[in-house]
Write a protein that binds this ligand. Structure first.
Ligand code: M3L
Ligand code: AKG
Ligand code: FE2
Length: 471
């Protein structure tokens, strides 16, 4: 039995809400809800080891309908120029030494040019983000200001900018200071040029040529470096291996707890299975399983899946891994309007089980591809053809276009060059990012025992950030 690591990584807390791309039939343009797209720039993949940095300008216009609120009111992501002409529309430049900074007050926003970034700030935003001692607690990083008490028509009384700082004085005399660097980092314009998660998208060749090392179990458990290297690889590729793990369920649990919290589900906390038909799911047979992500029937699919094969006396049973984001990227390049449809059409997935002692009915809803609306970065793929439920969330013509888009994605996912096949052996634990990487298995003969668990994603990211990784 391996030793539990020292508890130096006790930094657990919290959970986060996330923004699900929705589809709004009420506001859908005639013909089914997806606006036509034009052009677009993308820079990713193709080259081995290329970073995921797609900027979908062509999707931008249509992200507006993702933000549609029930009332039928559309929120525009474009800046409003409504009152701008009423304002003192005059550029104020800094002293010649810092000509790279200029600002202008408009009726409803402040325009600031700094470090080659043109930014626009809403006045309520500027008041709301005030970092003064009475508005923000720097010890807890929490806002003390009651946002609801800010006048929605607020405007600064005076504005001043020096070499490093923007000073705003509000009508009640309160002064807000912002570092110019902070504003660049925290502005919408600054954010949308960045990716939340740098990744290396792969097909089999890219992954193999990268020669990503497996980390040794002892290193993983006992050194910060071992853990950090593992997590860095996991974040970049979506899969990572730990070697020399004692082949028991208990030891696998200790590994899992090193990076995250175990997510207990209807399958238990640590699961352990053979082909004994003990549950109502094909995983519990010897049949082949096509590529899929797990727990698509949860509103939030499990973030990570850990697999450790404890025993196999027989043939077959290899594990298939496919980078879903690489395949999605191919769809984006070849058929951007299909990519877009896959981000918009919500689907139900369902798990119905009625075997002795296990009665479960789970339903999860969401599109196949989930993207952040402000930069169109993909963050979750929900793909499981076995568990996809009846489609009753979209009209027939959209359904047909969705089937075509799904076919395009499936074709990419099934290209043999995108398939990474590995044989899991006792001692080698595999961590899979279940929001990105699809897994499957070859049929097998003989006795095969697999153990593992699901992990929460937030807590893995928490560990990664604690170690100084961008996550
Ligand atoms: C991993 N474990 C054997 C416990 C569960 C398998 C769940 C399988 C299910 N069809 C899904 O894809 O979510
Ligand atoms: O048996 C396997 O290798 C994997 C089965 C599977 O897809 C799962 O357990 O989620
Ligand atoms: Fe699975």
């Amino acid at each position: 039995m391996v030793r539990r690591p020292p508890s130096s990584l006790q930094h657990r807390s919290g959970s986060s809400s996330r923004w699900f791309a929705g589809f709004s039939p009420g506001r859908a343009p005639a013909g089914g809800g997806v606006e036509p797209s034009s052009g677009g720039t993308v820079c990713a993949s193709g080259l081995p080891g290329s970073m995921w940095c797609h900027r979908l300008t062509h999707l931008f216009s249509s992200t507006r309908c993702l933000l549609n609120r029930g009332s039928g009111h559309q929120i525009s992501w474009q800046p409003r120029y409504r009152k701008s002409l009423l304002a003192v529309s005059r550029w104020h430049h800094m002293a010649p030494a810092s000509l790279n900074c200029a600002w202008q007050l408009h009726g409803d926003h402040l325009e600031l040019r700094y470090a080659e970034t043109l930014m626009r700030f809403d006045y309520v935003w500027l008041r709301d983000h005030c970092r003064s001692a009475s508005c923000y607690n720097t010890k807890t990083n929490q806002r003390s200001l009651d946002t609801a008490s800010v006048d929605l028509c607020i405007k600064p009384k005076t504005v001043r900018v020096d070499e490093t700082t923007l000073f705003l004085t509000w009508p009640d005399g309160h002064v807000t200071r912002y570092g110019l660097e902070w504003l660049v980092k925290n502005s919408y314009e600054g954010q949308k040029q960045q990716v939340m998660h740098p990744r290396i998208l792969w097909n089999a060749e890219i992954y193999q040529q990268a020669q990503v090392p497996s980390v040794d179990c002892q290193n993983f458990l006992e050194t910060k470096e071992g853990l950090k290297e593992f997590l860095q690889n996991f974040l970049l590729y979506g899969i990572a291996f730990v070697e020399n793990v004692p082949p028991t369920k208990e030891d696998t649990e200790i590994l899992a707890e090193r990076i995250s919290l175990i997510r207990e589900t209807i399958y238990g906390r640590m699961w352990y299975f053979t082909s004994d038909f003990s549950r109502g799911d094909t995983a519990y047979t010897k049949l082949a399983l096509d590529r899929h992500t797990d727990t698509t029937y949860f509103q939030e699919p499990c973030g990570i899946q850990v697999f450790h094969c404890l025993k196999h006396e027989g043939t077959g049973g290899r594990t298939l891994l496919v980078d879903g984001f690489y395949a999605a990227e191919q769809v984006l390049q070849r058929a951007p309007e299909e990519f877009e449809l896959l981000t918009k059409v919500p689907l139900k997935h369902e798990y119905i089980e009625n075997v002795v002692g296990c009665h479960n009915h789970m339903i999860g809803v969401g599109p196949v591809l989930n993207i952040y609306p402000w930069n169109n970065e993909l963050y979750l793929i929900r793909y499981n053809n076995y568990d996809r439920a009846v489609i009753n969330t979209v009209p027939y013509d959209v359904v047909h276009r969705w089937y075509a888009a799904h076919r395009t994605l499936t074709t990419e996912l099934r290209r043999p060059e995108n398939e990474l096949w590995v044989k899991l052996k006792p001692g080698k634990a595999l961590f899979v990012d279940n929001w990105r990487i699809l897994h499957g298995r070859e049929s097998f003969t003989g006795y095969r025992q697999l153990c593992g668990c699901y992990l929460t994603r937030d807590d893995m990211l928490n560990t990664a950030r604690f170690l100084g990784l961008q996550a």
